[in-house]
Every structure is written in C-alpha cells, then in structure tokens.
Ligand binder design. Structure first.
Ligand SMILES: NC(=O)c1ccc[n+]([C@@H]2O[C@H](COP(=O)([O-])OP(=O)(O)OC[C@H]3O[C@@H](n4cnc5c(N)ncnc54)[C@H](OP(=O)(O)O)[C@@H]3O)[C@@H](O)[C@H]2O)c1
Length: 273
C-alpha cells in the first residue's frame, strides 16, 4: 500500500481483478476513486461508484478533480470500426466536459502482437492478426488522441486466485502447446502501474511480462513436482500438442530499463505456494 498522502491520485475505471488490487494500493492516497459495473467490490476500498461506460448518460458520474485515469475495462464492442466510433464519442465528451482528466494509463495486452515467431517490442512495426488484437490497437491509438496516454501491455495476469495452479485444483483444462506464455503477477503489474502514475514522463508504452515465459503445460508439470497441495492426478490427459510459435518472444527490455525489480520474477516465485 502506498503510504504517501502526496502520491498522485488515481481514478480506476473498472474495479475487477486488477482494479481491486490497485485500489488497495491507493487506499491511503486522498482523492483516489474507482468505478464498478455490475457488482460493487466485496470490501470497501477507495471511494467507489457505479459506472457503465456503454451508457452516455453515466459519463457525468466521473468526478472533475484531476487524477490519473487507469482504464482496465476491456473493449465493449466486437467490431473495431464501431468500437472506434464509440471511443471517439467518449474522447470528445471527456475533452469537453472533463478537461482536468488528461492523464490516462490504459491496460492493453500483449495479445496485440502477431501470433508469429519473432521478438516483439513496443517499437516493433506490426499489425494485429486477431480481432481482439485489432480492437486493442484501435483503442490505444484513439485514446492517445484525447489523453496524455501511457499504455501497459500485460501478459497473462495471475496471482491471488488466478493461474495454472488454480486451474489444476479446479480440474480445468491446461493448453498443450509449445508456445511460450508470457505472464505477470498481479502485484507486480500493480507496482508497474504505480510507477507510471508517479512518473508520467516514463516511456508511453511498456510490455508487462516477467523474466521467464513458459508453455502452460510445462508450468503445470513444474507445479505438480514442486507443490505439496497438487498431485499428478490433477493433470488432465494431455491432448495432442497443438502447432505453436515456440519462438514468439515478447520483449521485457523496456520494463527492465524502468528499474522496477519484480517481486515475482518468474512463475516459480509467484506460484511456489
Ligand atoms: N486476465 C489476463 O490475463 C489479462 C491479460 C492481459 C490483459 N488483460 C486486460 O487487463 C484488463 C484488466 O484485467 P482484469 O483481469 O482485471 O479484468 P476484469 O477482472 O474483467 O475487469 C474488467 C472490469 O471492467 C468492468 N466493465 C466491463 N464492462 C463495463 C462497462 N460497460 N462499464 C464499466 N465497467 C465495465 C468489469 O465489471 P463487470 O465485471 O461488473 O462487468 C470489470 O470490473 C482488462 O482489460 C483485461 O482484458 C487481462
């Protein structure tokens, strides 16, 4: 938790999994707030209120006091063109009606990068090859026209009730593929976001991935060998290995250059139990 009352406040759009962890970090930072959509957060964290991004009549619920907005809500529409129109409408409304809310950190995804072998960094020249990737790139691009924007592209977010260990316990399938999965522990992701809130002049886009990407099946096998609460029987029958992209690497060079030491540098520390 941030114990500096002078730390810049945030407005968290979407108190979901990441949003609630972040809210706890900012609970002692005055003027910070968060929004929920269908269900209020289970414990009272920050000042919070209901907000439906899809409903224009709800937009005026956003306070006018300057904060750094942290947008965790995923794209609302499936079609990139109609989502782009919606984002322009909101961006124009915000510029007109909430000019004090100029700074935004947008939680995007490493899913923007093509599903091809290669080393993908924030500066790579590429086009998304999935609809969800296209939606995210459109969002990044349009938001940058209305806000002073920092983009965070996390890999798979795990920790506190999410991850391969939890899937094993609940008997959920584990993908069998040789494609490395890039991950980030939710606490480290929250720390990266805190760093950006405090350093608005940091690079405007950063991949949030830890130091060791591994296929999910290999992580599952490691967990069974190393955790007393997980047993061989929990490993689902291995389906045939899907053809993957074993050399698809998401660069974490820029993240390392920010100087943030990860508390959970790999899934081993993050899932050791
Ligand atoms: N999980 C991962 O592995 C992963 C990896 C990379 C990137 N990401 C992205 O990172 C972001 C944060 O992830 P997360 O796991 O914290 O997601 P999450 O738990 O699904 O949180 C997203 C929040 O957005 C809210 N929301 C949805 N529709 C809304 C609307 N119309 N108006 C207002 N709020 C709305 C949801 O509220 P309701 O649930 O009440 O609708 C939810 O609280 C997401 O954009 C996610 O796609 C996730």
């Amino acid at each position: 938790m941030i114990n500096n009352a002078a730390f810049p406040p945030v407005g968290i759009l979407g108190l979901g999994f990441l949003g609630q962890i972040l809210a706890r970090e900012f609970s002692a930072v005055p003027e910070s707030w968060g929004t929920w959509h269908l269900t209020p957060p289970p414990e009272p964290i920050l000042s919070n209120f209901s907000f439906d991004w899809a409903n224009e009549n709800n937009w005026s619920a956003l306070p006018e006091t300057p904060v750094t907005l942290v947008l965790t809500i995923p794209p609302l529409l499936k079609n990139p063109e109609t989502e782009a129109e919606r984002l322009h409408l909101w961006g124009k409304w915000m510029s007109h009606n909430r000019p004090e809310l100029k700074s935004m950190i947008y939680i995007s995804t490493t899913g923007v990068y093509p599903k091809r072998n290669g080393i993908w960094s924030e500066d790579s020249d590429f086009e998304a090859d999935t609809n969800s990737g296209k939606l995210r790139l459109v969002t990044e691009n349009i938001l940058s026209q209305y806000f002073s924007l920092q983009v965070v592209r996390p890999g798979g977010i795990y920790g506190y009730g999410r991850g391969i260990d939890v899937r094993l316990k609940s008997g959920k399938p584990i993908p069998v593929s040789n494609t490395p999965v890039h991950r980030i522990h939710v606490m480290d992701l929250a720390r990266i976001i805190c760093h950006l809130v405090d350093n608005p002049n940091a690079p405007n886009c950063v991949n949030a991935v830890d130091l060791e990407a591994k296929p999910s099946w290999e992580v599952a096998k490691w967990l069974i060998e190393n955790r007393n609460d997980l047993t061989e029987e929990m490993l689902p029958d291995a389906a045939d290995c899907l053809p993957g992209t074993p050399q698809r690497i998401i660069s974490n060079q820029r993240l390392l250059e920010l100087g943030i030491t990860l508390c959970y540098p790999t899934f081993r520390e993050g899932m050791e139990g």
